[in-house]
Design a protein. Structure first.
Length: 749
């Protein structure tokens, strides 16, 4: 059989590259040696990837089995394989094409014995990993409530992402868990995995690294086998993936990495942007191919995103351009608060829908998941169908369902489903045997569970510990029901969540999503404030859930910016561009300038999801942790070139053009952040002479609300004031009837 190199000389030019632009063609034809393809958003990256593979096969440079192509998702791998097979037919069958984990697992099963495993090893999911770690913690007499297994698992996964086994972790890096016992626990965990013939996902790459470095003959075999290596989304690789690729590419150096340094947004899960930034240093003489012609967005969208991202220092640099028509400018909207932000978006979406715009081609991209609540409520009111991508709807989230179960118990103690959900959440020492006893008694006596629990507590049928725990729970429910008659429902929910230990449970949880869950619980309190009482709020939630069950077909897309990576829509709304929210305050406090640049890349990703229209908005006021605060517009807004932006200020936010102070802010910006409000605003309409009060507050201070005055409420419409007590108003609404609301939620009509 002829050598691939000989076949290449014979077949060069036989493969048609006529459908590619010049930059794409250069990226495809630069086959030999290290190549970095900087593929900007919407520049045809997937087409280049698959064409490059097909070109390599068709021109005889390598047999299919000598090609290794790795991706980050199964979806990307599937799409690449389908396109490749369409180009070269059955010749694509031998290509090693899959995710990092899939390829690593394939290699590991071939050589499992070399690291002490059997080829039939099991890959554990997260639940199994946590269960195993809990056993280890219990054996070491470590209090799992103080040092959660989930926290230890997160730390172990971070080490594995960096290619560090227990023997390579430094003591200084392990101080944060159980007084320095983390390394020993990690070692026990790895030994236990070997004993039960199992691995976790982090092990797939880690064991590959150990396999290659400990067995030079095996490494040499794969270096010979893989004549050409191709890597997608290289900017998202972690250290372990980087080391794995370097080992495989050392001999032939035919490594092609495709990625975009401006779209590296996953450092929180181990991605290392330095991998792509130092490619030329790692592989001297590398070819750099830039894909800059964009086939997705309009010139205004690209100009706005490009002008902003140039503020980043850690980038290799490229300028996207397009032959498309100029299109609409990026719309910048200033609103009073998040509720009005959602109302405006809903109005715009309805207007687009009337013009024939498909709802499925519209996306709301938020920085934090708690932001979706206002949009969900508004879309429910407008009967606009929507879907939440990458996570459940607001009222379907675990922590919200748990909190609602507590409130349902206060409102209706006979709610057995709510009782069972919260009985041991957080854990109270009420085991499955007690629950079975409860159910048995409830069925035989035809009692609600809470009444069956009272009967059991009064008897001797339970062990003392279980009886005491059950009695304490019943006493708490009774106490909350009594308090419900004396305090507001918004105060009540905070008391219930605190006294039940539910808030403390998430505060003690060190998992990455715990902070978001706490934010969602605070947003729940904000949502409740719009209703007169607890019963009215719970009825609203029931209607929302019923609507969610019926939703289907053409729907607006709601998701976080991180979930939007790789997607595109005709129209994109980007709400909440405010300091502290976006860029995220917590991220900047933890990681400084590196976090700021990643936040800016996230903003760039958001803008470049839009094909034809992009709407950016910020609120003058936002309820943060249940408290109204004036906010300041995001620095990213000031970085958008004004020639690509159309600024629209909401009524009451017309600023003084001479001022450059920006919105007043109660969110502090760390001194380490290299940013100050610009001396002269780039967008005069966005300047402000000073703090902007929330809607209704200034009028109340100047003229006040009086009995008989006409007002407008965003949810209930027009009404007449019938009573005033401090900042609470009794109002007869023309349609909704009599209600009591806070003055912050109304304005003079």
């Amino acid at each position: 059989m002829a050598e691939p190199a000989l076949l290449a000389r014979q077949n060069t030019g036989a493969f048609d590259l006529g459908g590619l632009n010049d930059a794409q063609r250069r990226a495809v034809e630069a086959i030999d040696g290290p190549v970095l393809v900087l593929a900007g958003a919407g520049t045809g990256k997937t087409r280049v990837l698959t064409t490059r593979l097909a070109f390599t096969i068709a021109t005889g440079r390598a047999f299919p089995s000598e090609l290794l192509a790795v991706t980050f998702t199964n979806k990307a791998a599937r799409e690449m394989r389908e396109r490749l097979e369409a180009m070269v037919g059955r010749a694509a069958e031998g290509v090693w094409l899959g995710t990092f984990h899939a390829i690593a697992a394939r290699i590991l099963r071939r050589h499992a014995e070399a690291i002490g495993l059997k080829p039939s090893f099991t890959i554990l999911d997260t639940d199994d990993q946590i269960r195993l770690l809990k056993q280890i913690l219990a054996a070491e007499n470590i209090d799992e409530r103080r040092w959660p297994a989930r926290l230890l698992l997160t730390q172990i996964q971070r080490w594995k992402d960096r290619g560090l086994g227990p023997e390579k972790v430094s003591p200084a890096d392990a101080d944060g868990f159980a007084q320095g016992q983390a390394i020993d626990l990690y070692n026990q965990y790895q030994e236990r995995l070997i004993t039960v013939n199992a691995v976790d996902f982090g092990d797939l790459l880690l064991h590959n690294l150990n396999l290659f470095t400990g067995n030079p003959d095996i490494l040499a075999d794969y270096q010979r086998r893989f004549r050409y290596l191709l890597v997608d989304e290289y900017q998202d690789t972690n250290v372990a993936q980087y080391l794995w690729l370097r080992l495989l590419a050392q001999k032939r150096r035919n490594l092609c990495c495709v990625g975009d340094d401006d779209q590296s947004i996953y450092s929180w899960r181990g991605a290392e942007i330095g991998n792509i930034l130092r490619f030329e240093k790692d592989f001297p003489g590398a070819t750099i191919a830039r894909l800059e012609q964009n086939y997705r967005s309009t010139p205004h969208i690209l100009g706005a995103a490009g002008g902003m991202i140039t503020q980043n220092q850690g980038r290799l640099g490229k300028t996207l351009w397009t032959d498309a028509d100029e299109g609409e400018k990026v719309v910048m909207r200033a609103v009073w608060d998040a509720e009005e932000e959602a109302r405006w978006a809903g109005d715009e979406i309805e207007a687009l829908q009337r013009k024939g715009h498909a709802l499925s081609e519209i996306a709301i991209l938020v920085r934090a998941s708690f932001q979706t609540r206002e949009f969900e409520d508004r879309f429910i009111a407008l009967a606009l169908p929507y879907r939440v991508i990458g996570g459940p709807r607001f009222y379907e989230r675990q922590e919200i369902r748990d909190a609602l179960a507590y409130l349902r118990m206060v409102n209706q103690p006979a709610d057995d489903l709510a009782f069972e959900r919260i009985l041991n959440t957080p854990r109270r020492g009420i085991g499955s045997a007690t629950v079975q006893e409860l159910h048995g008694l409830a069925r035989s006596e035809r009692l609600p569970l809470i009444e069956a629990a009272r009967t059991l507590v009064a008897s001797e049928r339970l062990r003392p510990a279980a009886r005491n725990a059950l009695a304490a729970f019943i006493g708490a429910v009774d106490r909350w029901r009594a308090r419900a008659q004396q305090i507001s429902h918004t105060d009540l929910v905070q008391i219930v969540l605190d006294e039940s230990g539910y808030t403390a449970m998430w505060q003690a949880d060190r998992s990455p999503d715990a902070a978001g869950r706490l934010e969602n619980l605070k947003e729940l309190v904000v949502a409740m404030a719009e209703f007169e009482n607890l019963g009215g709020f719970l009825e609203h939630v029931s209607l929302v859930m019923d609507n969610a069950a019926e939703a289907g077909g053409d729907m607006v897309n709601l998701m976080t910016l991180h979930s939007a990576k790789g997607l595109e829509f005709d129209t994109v709304f980007l709400p909440g561009w405010e300091e502290g929210l976006f860029p995220n305050q917590r991220a900047m406090e933890e990681n400084g300038l590196a976090a700021l640049e990643e936040e800016r890349r996230l903003a760039y990703v958001g803008l470049t999801r839009a094909r034809h229209r992009a709407y950016v908005s910020f609120a003058a006021n936002r309820r943060i942790h249940g408290q109204w605060q004036n906010t300041i517009r995001s620095r990213f807004i000031d970085e958008l070139p004004p020639e690509h932006v159309e600024v629209v200020a909401e009524l009451g936010l017309q600023p003084a053009a001479s001022s450059g102070a920006g919105w007043a802010s109660t969110i502090e910006i760390p001194a380490a952040m290299p940013w100050r409000p610009p001396a002269r605003p780039r967008h005069p309409l966005l300047a402000s002479a000073g703090p902007v009060p929330r809607r209704g507050e200034e009028v109340h201070r100047v003229g006040g609300f009086v009995v008989g005055g006409r007002i407008f409420h965003q949810k209930f419409g027009y009404g007449t004031i019938t009573g005033v007590e401090d900042n609470k108003l009794a109002i007869h609404f023309d349609v909704a009837g009599d209600k009591k609301v806070m003055d912050a939620f109304v304005e003079h009509a």
